[in-house]
Design a protein around this ligand. Sequence first.
Ligand code: SF4
Ligand code: SF4
Length: 101
Amino acid sequence: MPHVVTDACTACRYTECVAICPVDCFHAADDRLYIDPDGCIDCAACVPVCPVKAIVDAFDLATGSEELIALNRQRSRELPVIDGKSAPLPTAEARRQSLNP
Ligand code: SF4
Ligand code: SF4
Protein backbone atom coordinates (compact mmCIF):
# COMPACT_ATOMS: atom_id res chain seq x y z
CA MET A 1 0.00 0.00 0.00
CA PRO A 2 1.30 3.49 -0.76
CA HIS A 3 1.66 6.32 1.67
CA VAL A 4 -0.95 9.06 1.48
CA VAL A 5 -1.37 12.63 2.67
CA THR A 6 -4.37 13.20 4.91
CA ASP A 7 -6.37 16.35 5.56
CA ALA A 8 -4.04 17.25 8.44
CA CYS A 9 -1.73 18.76 5.82
CA THR A 10 -4.28 21.46 5.00
CA ALA A 11 -3.08 25.01 5.76
CA CYS A 12 0.42 23.76 6.59
CA ARG A 13 2.70 22.88 3.73
CA TYR A 14 5.90 22.79 5.79
CA THR A 15 7.28 20.59 2.95
CA GLU A 16 9.85 18.73 5.04
CA CYS A 17 8.30 15.71 3.38
CA VAL A 18 9.18 16.96 -0.09
CA ALA A 19 12.81 17.54 0.81
CA ILE A 20 13.32 13.95 1.95
CA CYS A 21 11.31 12.05 -0.69
CA PRO A 22 13.71 10.17 -3.02
CA VAL A 23 11.30 9.91 -5.95
CA ASP A 24 9.60 13.34 -6.19
CA CYS A 25 6.08 11.98 -5.88
CA PHE A 26 4.55 14.92 -4.00
CA HIS A 27 2.16 17.22 -5.86
CA ALA A 28 1.12 20.63 -4.55
CA ALA A 29 -2.21 22.41 -4.32
CA ASP A 30 -2.39 25.91 -2.91
CA ASP A 31 -3.36 24.66 0.54
CA ARG A 32 -1.87 21.16 0.87
CA LEU A 33 0.05 18.32 -0.77
CA TYR A 34 -0.80 14.94 -2.20
CA ILE A 35 1.28 11.80 -2.88
CA ASP A 36 1.16 10.07 -6.25
CA PRO A 37 0.43 6.51 -5.07
CA ASP A 38 1.81 5.09 -8.30
CA GLY A 39 5.19 6.79 -7.77
CA CYS A 40 5.54 6.26 -4.01
CA ILE A 41 8.02 3.48 -3.22
CA ASP A 42 6.81 3.13 0.39
CA CYS A 43 10.15 4.04 1.92
CA ALA A 44 8.36 5.85 4.81
CA ALA A 45 11.09 8.50 5.01
CA CYS A 46 8.49 11.28 4.92
CA VAL A 47 6.44 10.02 7.87
CA PRO A 48 8.64 11.09 10.83
CA VAL A 49 9.56 14.49 9.36
CA CYS A 50 5.97 15.73 9.02
CA PRO A 51 5.31 17.97 12.04
CA VAL A 52 1.57 17.31 11.99
CA LYS A 53 1.64 13.56 11.27
CA ALA A 54 -0.25 14.09 8.03
CA ILE A 55 1.35 11.17 6.17
CA VAL A 56 0.26 7.61 6.78
CA ASP A 57 0.71 4.20 5.22
CA ALA A 58 -2.67 3.52 3.62
CA PHE A 59 -2.41 -0.01 5.04
CA ASP A 60 -2.67 1.45 8.56
CA LEU A 61 -5.91 3.31 7.90
CA ALA A 62 -8.78 1.53 9.59
CA THR A 63 -11.35 2.70 7.07
CA GLY A 64 -11.42 4.87 4.01
CA SER A 65 -7.99 3.94 2.71
CA GLU A 66 -9.26 3.30 -0.81
CA GLU A 67 -10.93 6.71 -0.92
CA LEU A 68 -7.80 8.44 0.35
CA ILE A 69 -5.59 6.63 -2.17
CA ALA A 70 -7.98 7.56 -4.96
CA LEU A 71 -8.07 11.21 -3.84
CA ASN A 72 -4.26 11.39 -3.72
CA ARG A 73 -4.03 9.75 -7.15
CA GLN A 74 -6.64 12.04 -8.71
CA ARG A 75 -5.20 15.26 -7.30
CA SER A 76 -1.64 14.18 -8.21
CA ARG A 77 -2.73 13.92 -11.83
CA GLU A 78 -4.20 17.41 -11.72
CA LEU A 79 -1.44 19.22 -9.83
CA PRO A 80 2.25 19.92 -10.54
CA VAL A 81 5.11 18.04 -8.89
CA ILE A 82 6.79 19.89 -6.04
CA ASP A 83 10.43 18.78 -5.86
CA GLY A 84 11.98 21.23 -3.42
CA LYS A 85 11.31 22.69 -0.02
CA SER A 86 9.24 25.87 0.07
CA ALA A 87 8.17 28.31 2.75
CA PRO A 88 5.27 27.08 4.91
CA LEU A 89 1.94 28.81 4.58
CA PRO A 90 1.27 31.75 6.97
CA THR A 91 -1.27 29.52 8.69
CA ALA A 92 1.19 26.67 9.25
CA GLU A 93 2.28 27.33 12.82
CA ALA A 94 -1.28 27.89 14.08
CA ARG A 95 -2.33 24.73 12.29
CA ARG A 96 0.52 22.73 13.83
CA GLN A 97 -0.36 23.96 17.32
CA SER A 98 -4.03 23.11 16.84
CA LEU A 99 -3.15 19.56 15.77
CA ASN A 100 -0.35 19.03 18.33
CA PRO A 101 -1.46 21.08 21.36
S1 SF4 B 1 5.40 17.98 6.11
FE1 SF4 B 1 3.33 17.13 6.45
S2 SF4 B 1 1.97 18.87 6.73
FE2 SF4 B 1 3.87 19.63 5.83
S3 SF4 B 1 3.55 19.63 3.64
FE3 SF4 B 1 4.44 17.64 4.11
S4 SF4 B 1 2.65 16.30 4.49
FE4 SF4 B 1 1.93 18.40 4.55
S1 SF4 C 1 6.94 6.97 1.49
FE1 SF4 C 1 8.92 7.53 0.52
S2 SF4 C 1 8.49 7.49 -1.66
FE2 SF4 C 1 6.50 7.59 -0.63
S3 SF4 C 1 6.02 9.76 -0.49
FE3 SF4 C 1 7.08 9.23 1.40
S4 SF4 C 1 9.26 9.68 1.04
FE4 SF4 C 1 8.22 9.62 -0.98
